[in-house]
Design a protein around this ligand. Structure first.
Ligand SMILES: O=C(CO)COP(=O)(O)O
Length: 261
């Protein structure tokens, strides 16, 4: 099996936080806290609210910051009468690299189904965006030890109808719902167990090469103080960071985890 080294990705999902003015201040501070070596070792991305993206783009372009950015969601449609929605074309035109798809908060508060998630993933690829597919189990499912089965069913649903070439570039984020915003982080072993199971399922659905290429992130109460042992797991390739990503100092420390003793 040809294994290409996977470049770690630290992505900050700001959720519904920070105005465009606050976004500019955060990205500036973040860029000053990271050196070329950090940004070579680790890809750093921010995922601001839609209203901030134009400002983030302008700043990153003007100062040539090596920081990627993307949207927190996108419409499965390319244009039309979908009030309040944002298309992949709009995100692509703003220079976005990524689009988060199927975050548990979208599934919970907007009743998003696996079918809609699969349609959004295809919409992202139509516009050259890399989807970050979020999957993960709620607490009661873990308590019944059905977490792997539940999470892999979401993976199957999200990837439904997607070809191998596209699947090889997707990013999958394992975000156990019980760890999101709770301060209760999964153990490094929990993260590794699921990341390995995701990779194994990708090998089955596609091929060993696809499984070896896909970056699997962990998300849920990631902080500078807990990120390193999670990143040391062989199948974990990065983190999707919520609360800690809206503090530039903390997110920079997370992105520079490799410098920590
Ligand atoms: O949902 C998350 C990232 O998408 C995780 O959020 P927290 O880091 O705030 O737990």
């Amino acid at each position: 099996m040809a294994t290409t080294p996977r470049r770690p990705l630290m992505a900050g999902n700001w959720k519904m936080n920070l105005t465009h003015l606050e976004a500019i201040a955060l990205v500036q501070k973040l860029a000053f806290s990271l050196n070329d070596d950090d940004l070579e070792k680790v890809e750093v991305a921010v995922l601001p609210p839609f209203t901030d993206i134009r400002s983030v783009q302008t700043l990153i372009d003007a100062d040539r910051y090596n920081i990627a950015y993307g949207g927190q969601d996108l419409s499965p449609h390319d244009s039309g009468a979908y009030t309040g929605d944002i298309s992949g074309a709009m995100l692509a035109k703003l220079g976005c690299t990524y689009a988060v798809v199927g975050h548990s908060e979208r599934r919970q508060y907007h009743a998003e189904t696996d079918e809609q998630v699969a349609a959004k993933i295809k919409a992202a690829y139509r516009h050259g965006l890399t989807p970050i597919l979020c999957i993960g189990e709620p607490l009661e499912v873990r308590q019944e030890s059905r977490h792997v089965e539940h999470t892999l069913a979401q993976l199957d649903g999200g990837l439904d109808g997607l070809g191998a070439e596209q699947a090889a570039s997707i990013v999958v984020a394992y975000e156990p719902v019980w760890a999101i915003g709770t301060g209760e982080v999964a153990t490094p072993d929990d993260a590794q167990e699921m990341a390995a199971a995701i990779r194994e399922r990708l090998a089955k659905l596609y091929s060993a090469d696809v499984a070896a290429a896909v970056r699997v992130l962990y998300g849920g109460s990631v902080k500078a103080s807990n990120v390193k042992p999670i990143m040391e797991q062989p199948d974990v390739d990065g983190a999707l960071v919520g609360g800690a990503s809206i503090n530039a100092d903390e997110f920079a420390l997370i992105a520079r985890y490799h410098r920590n003793p």
